[in-house]
Design a protein around this ligand. Sequence first.
Ligand code: SF4
Ligand code: SF4
Length: 445
Amino acid sequence: MYNTVTDIIQSLKNKFPFFGINKTRELSRLVFEISKREKADFEDIIKRIEEFDYEKVKNSLLKRRYPKTYGVIPKNSFYLPDININADEKADLKNKNFYPKNIYYTKDVINSNLYCRIKTLYPDAIFCEIESLKSFLRENKFSVSGYNKRKENLFLINEKYDFFKPCPCTKNVFCCNYSILNTGYGCLYECSYCFLQGYQNVSGIVLPCNISEFLDIDKIKPVNNNLFDLPRTGSGEFTDSLLFDDITLFSNEIVGFFKKNKNICFEFKTKSVNIDNLLKLGGSSNIVVSWSVNSEKMIEENEHCAPKLKDRLLAAKKCVQAGYSVGFHFDPVIFYSGWEQGYKKTIDDIFDFIDGKYIKWISIGSLRMPAALKKVIENRFVENTILDEELLLSHDGKLRYETSLRISLYRCLLEQIRMRSEKVPVYLCMEDINVWNLSKFKFKK
Ligand code: SF4
Ligand code: SF4
């Protein structure tokens, strides 16, 4: 793969010596993607190009790369960045253990329970005091290869500002007014589509030592919304909610707080099965443990270090038995050959494991990503297939499937869910009202 890109550029230069560097780069992106998607020899693709005029060459390649959308959508929706695939940036999927080599902490955390626990749990780690995370980041330049080694570094800090805030959502969509409780940064599950790999600027896992300061009813004020009876907030945006719970024991404080504040729904959003602490604490119906789920094929191919679907569903069943509500997020729904059967099976598995009356909500969102994430994914997960589909630039700078494809995905999943439950609330994440309506979703309480 690493040599292929150079070879593609050289072959294009040989065939079209009169094209400038930018034109050659753009064509090399198309040849690279066609070759990967069709498992075709790039030499053969280039040899068969019959045109010599640049626009005609580009159009013939675009038509082959985007057979469903070429001629249907504006040409500037095709995102064709240059290719820089670097072997050093490949994700490390072998080492699944978490035992940080370096633990960086700020002076103000040394009396916290979390700092003391970490000292006991990781006696062989090197502890190093830092002035602040910000100053550390100024002095240590972030890189994707550093990000790949993030499980070696743990940062313990006191969070000052970013603990509770509205979900960032995106422009021109029906926003569900969710709010986020930020219990850390960084995750170990290595999902190929993870937005954190293009967002996180820290080569490490960051855990706040002062969450109790923020579990205060004057500071947590989620807004009401059109979808649910209670305002909703939850963790799991910038890290998995439960992945580190055996280390942090954050659930002790969170569950205790929301058991006393039953007028708010709190959600632990996770792919983990790290639920022992939750089970000991016992739940309450306003506390929702929710799992991101996918078809088994997509879990196998993309959620490299996360628990299997069956294990997530077993954990969900135990949480129901312990008094929690549960939720499920089909996010991201990925288009591939056989997607209908794959997602139908997951929906059936959910309802075979869990009685629908305990399911507080199911959300659905299709694969989307900031455009810049494409290059990060193709470097970290060279063999990914999620980028092979037709992902197009949208109004908000994100890559998404074309609208009619998204609508068919949503309609199909909604129909399958409704065959198993008439009542479970189902909503779309990051979609505009037209797509809600065309997918036959209702958005009023
Ligand atoms: S629709 Fe999705 S992204 Fe938007 S606020 Fe709700 S949860 Fe957040
Ligand atoms: S579980 Fe979520 S946060 Fe963790 S790697 Fe996967 S997508 Fe990213």
